[in-house]
Every structure is written in C-alpha cells, then in structure tokens.
Design a protein around this ligand. Structure first.
Ligand code: SME
Length: 160
C-alpha cells in the first residue's frame, strides 16, 4: 500500500522528495499506462492548487489523452493546437502564467488559469506530454518547472 508522506522543506527539497516517491512507484515496472497512472495520482495528490494532472500520449499523429486526475478532458490534441501541442512540437516545456493570454489554449476545464506542460522525449522519440493545470494564475514557477521536468524524466526512464 502506498502511504503519501507530506512534503517538507524548501520547494526544491519538496520536489526531491516527490522525485524519490515517483522513482519508488515505477521501480521494476515498464508499462507506460501503469506508470503514467500512478505518477498522475502521485502528482495530483501531492501538489497544492491543481485541477488537472496527467498525460497525453503521442500516437504518431496527435496527442491522445492518457492517465490523469481531474475532470474529463479533450481526447485528441493535434501538435499545432494548444499548450500541449506547443510543448510536443517544440519539445520545450511550456510554462503559461495566464492561459487566457496564450493564443490557441484549449480550455478543457474552464477553471484552469495557468498551466505547465513538459514534453516527454525518449532518445529522439516523442512519447507525449505531462500536463498540469491550476485554477490559480501564475501557479507554476521555475522550481515547479525543474521539479516536474525531473518527474517527467522518471517516467521516460521507466519505459521499456
Ligand atoms: N489546456 C491544454 C489542453 C489539455 S487540458 O488542459 C487537460 C492545451 O491547451 O493544450
């Protein structure tokens, strides 16, 4: 049974603890759906002020919703659409302080005000994106970006 422990200390210290929990969760498991599901649940239940946390997986043409926590979401996102498409296309993390100011933002949940999307790339291959939404403006800072990029690496490294 997984017992979540409260994150303590500075933000980087908290992300180091979260990363260790993420590593423990995927240890010995290579199934991408299983690992994405557990990591989405870990993130959503560990970090404050989120209304959505989860994965979109690339099917070779577009992003398709994968394991997540939050309200039901858009199923397919073309790479030329939305914050998720921008992260997948550019392979650069998108940290959006105000989603209403991002041209082409896709509003799956009208409560979302800011968003962080980390591309998932294994070798040269696009695997998908890790997407977090918050009902707070500018919820994500550089510490969050670095911390969630590290969690994204845990996921990518876990894959067969
Ligand atoms: N807002 C995203 C769509 C996915 S939902 O946030 C879950 C986007 O603009 O790509």
């Amino acid at each position: 049974m997984f017992t979540s422990s409260t994150l303590t200390g500075s933000k980087p210290e908290q992300y180091a603890q979260l990363q260790a929990q993420a590593q423990a969760l995927v240890h010995g498991e290579r199934d991408r759906i299983a690992n994405a599901a557990n990591l989405a649940a870990l993130i959503f239940n560990s970090l404050p002020s989120l209304n959505w946390a989860g994965f979109y997986l690339y099917d070779g043409q577009e992003l398709v919703v994968g394991p997540f926590q939050g309200l039901p979401a858009c199923v397919r996102i073309p790479l030329d659409k939305g914050v998720c498409g921008a992260a997948a296309r550019t392979r650069q993390t998108q940290r959006i302080e105000d989603v209403d100011a991002f041209p082409g933002h896709i509003a799956c949940d009208s409560a979302s005000r800011s968003e962080l999307v980390v591309p998932l790339v294994k070798g040269d291959t696009l695997v998908g994106v890790l997407d977090l939404d918050s009902p707070e403006l500018a919820r994500f800072d550089e510490d969050d970006q670095r911390g969630l990029e590290a969690i994204a690496r845990v996921f990518v490294d876990s894959l067969a």
